[in-house]
Design a protein around this ligand. Structure first.
Ligand SMILES: [Zn+2]
Length: 266
């Protein structure tokens, strides 16, 4: 596998894959700096939407509506040229809280991308999966990654977390929360992704737990993409954190429309 030739499916640059120490995150395209994670996501997205994979940079524009949740700029800028795509954020405009999408987003999207976000949403985890399901139109595609473990069930670090703040004392970090029962609670040794005090890890998914959440939200065609795709430089060393795709069934009722119909006088 060392020294395998590939074409980056994001920017189209040809390269030779020299496995970085961190196969999932290490930059391995000389053109755009994409990692295996980024190229896998784009491969799963284009295969799922177009029926075949291609180079994002060179594809003809398609009139499909999509959104990313804090997507990597390297593919977000190219997705915006290829589709009616918006990269969205939790803390800045354009804002999109996947746990509470709002009526304007119900049934809107042909596709949603969420890479390493769902481990950071507040408990219960199901709110984010429900939000993704509600935001997709029937037949819409979810492409997601989360870090996951092989334990039986997802480990929820803070099931009762309410409003909280991160405190630092002598180089150590802790969370102070007014938990959902109203009591102040101190949580020691929080895990942050992207450096101390940044994005808090709320849970450690298990693979089974992740699949169960997707199924419970109503998704079908739930698929784990762990195979290598050498031509696009996708060389997962194992199944850890590889993309999962899932679809909202074509016949699924949009909850808002359902409510409107029920509210109409007969
Ligand atoms: Zn590239």
């Amino acid at each position: 596998m060392i020294g395998a030739r590939f074409t980056c499916n994001i920017c189209g640059t040809p390269g030779v894959f020299d496995p970085p120490d961190d196969w999932r995150e290490g930059a391995s395209c000389a053109g755009c700096g994409s990692s295996v994670r980024m190229r896998s996501i784009v491969h799963c997205l284009l295969s799922g939407l177009l029926g075949q994979s291609c180079v994002l940079e060179k594809m003809p524009r398609k009139r499909l509506i999509g959104a990313g949740l804090s997507d990597w700029e390297g593919y977000a800028s190219r997705l915006a040229k290829a589709f009616d795509y918006t990269n969205t954020f939790y803390h800045q405009a354009p804002r999109f809280d996947i746990c509470a999408p709002g009526p304007e987003r119900l049934g809107l999207y042909d596709f949603l991308i969420s890479s390493d976000v769902f481990e950071h949403t507040p408990a219960p985890a199901s709110r984010a999966f429900d939000g993704a399901f509600e935001s997709l139109r029937p037949g819409g595609l979810l492409v997601m990654t989360v870090p996951f473990g092989w334990q039986e069930e997802t480990i929820e670090h803070y099931p009762d977390l309410g409003d909280f703040t991160v405190v630092e004392l002598g180089g150590d970090y802790a969370l102070v929360s007014r938990d959902t029962d109203g009591k102040f609670v101190l949580y020691e040794n929080p895990v942050f992704h992207g450096g101390p005090g940044t994005t808090l890890e709320m849970r450690e998914f298990s693979l089974d737990g992740l699949m169960a959440e997707l199924e419970a939200a109503g998704f079908t065609e739930i698929t784990l993409h762990a195979d290598a795709v050498p031509e696009w430089g996708i060389f997962p060393r194992n199944r850890y954190g590889v993309p999962v795709t899932a679809r909202k069934p074509a016949g699924a009722l949009d909850r808002l429309k359902f409510k409107v119909r029920k509210a109409r006088p007969s």
